[in-house]
Design a protein around this ligand. Structure first.
Ligand code: FA5
Length: 345
């Protein structure tokens, strides 16, 4: 196509019509190719040949060819823009249900701990924490369990290889929360009311009701004239509030080196209200905790005068409490990380 033979007016009309008729992206791409492809495009060739035209022709064809070049590019650009806007669609269907947000929640053990803390808090108990790594003096000796005493066998212990340099005490993973009684009494003056939630560890086989690491809540009340009657009243009130119904409680004689007298605490079965069912092995009762009146030797270890003060102490299995509350039949589910289980709480 020779530039001087170009009817630029006709070309303008043709291009504008083709642009007006174009609908699809492919139509615009075809126009771009037809007119502006570098080697073969109709307009590209005209623009390339301008230098060979007479001055007069250059003046009429040149500006119009440039104008058409810009027009094609801007129309193609506009078409591609509106196409991508169509795709991203700024139109929103406000009736469409929104995406469900996954919100985290507390673990059942944490829920139970919150409840226990709230109830004892309401009865004037404060919360103390202790270390999961203890030395054998706090875990045993101070609790009236001397070295080589057979009572140490009551708690199968994870011993740590490290020794504390100053005292050469043997280190261990605490087998119960009771050592925190000693720490607390060494640092506070009676009267005392405290609960101590915490993780404890035992070198034991696991089964449906036993873990090798589990949670306990230690309780301690020390004052003048504290008796088993105070203990019974406070614990019964706790169980009633915790289970949201009247719970019967009974104390059975037992043995713990750090309490005298010592007892196991049974509560009427939560499942059958004491009628007898598989959960309570038809007895109507469930064993939940160890407890007793603080032994004078324990007061002595902690520097408290046992002639002036008495106290009670107890240790509840928090996991067992959660099992009763939520009717869970295997303690290992708590640490199983199975979301089907955890999402129920
Ligand atoms: C003790 O650990 C005593 N320190 C409790 C105590 C404190 C008695 C203060 C007197 C005064 P025991 O070993 O029985 O006692 O454990 C207390 C509770 O922890 C049990 O009643 C049970 O609810 C829970 N428990 C014990 N062993 C396990 C285990 N392997 N897995 C889960 N829970 C357990």
């Amino acid at each position: 196509m020779e530039p001087q033979k170009i009817d630029i007016k006709l070309l303008e009309t043709t291009i504008k019509k083709e642009l007006a008729d174009a609908r699809e992206t492919s139509d615009f791409e075809a126009i771009l190719k037809k007119y502006l492809e570098k080697e073969t495009g109709v307009l590209s060739k005209i623009l390339r040949g301008l230098k060979d035209l007479s001055e007069e022709e250059r003046k009429t064809i040149g500006p119009k060819a440039n104008e058409l070049n810009s027009l094609i590019r801007s129309e193609v650009f506009k078409a591609s823009q509106s196409k991508s806007e169509d795709n991203s669609s700024d139109w929103e269907d406000i009736t469409e249900p929104s995406q469900e947000l996954e919100v985290g929640h507390l673990h059942p053990i944490a829920l139970v701990l919150k409840d226990v803390s709230r109830i004892f808090g309401g009865m004037g108990f404060e919360i103390a924490l202790g270390s999961e790594i203890e030395n054998d003096w706090y875990n045993f000796d101070a609790l009236n369990i001397p070295k080589d005493h057979p009572a140490r066998d009551m708690w199968d212990t994870f011993w740590l290889k490290e020794f504390r340099t100053e005292a050469k005490d043997k280190l261990l993973l605490r087998t119960h929360t009771s050592p925190v009684q000693i720490h607390y009494m060494q640092n506070q003056k009676p009267p005392l009311r405290v609960i101590v939630p915490g993780r404890v560890f035992r070198h034991e086989m696991t089964d449906a009701s036993h873990e090798f690491d589990f949670f306990q809540i230690e309780g301690l009340m020390v004052d003048q004239n504290v008796s088993v009657a105070n203990f019974s009243a406070i614990l019964n009130e706790f169980f009633n509030q915790f289970f949201g119904k009247e719970v019967k409680m009974k104390l059975r004689p037992s043995f713990f080196p750090f309490t005298e007298p010592s007892f196991e605490v049974d509560i009427s079965c939560i499942n059958c209200d004491g009628q007898g069912c598989p959960a309570c092995k038809q007895t109507g009762w469930m064993e939940l905790m160890g407890a007793g009146m603080v032994h004078p030797n324990v007061f002595k270890s902690a520097g408290i005068d046992s002639k002036k003060y008495q106290g009670f102490a107890f240790g509840i299995g928090l996991d067992r409490l959660a099992m009763l509350k939520y009717k869970i039949n295997d303690i290992r589910l708590f640490k199983g990380c199975d979301l089907r289980f955890l999402k129920q709480f």
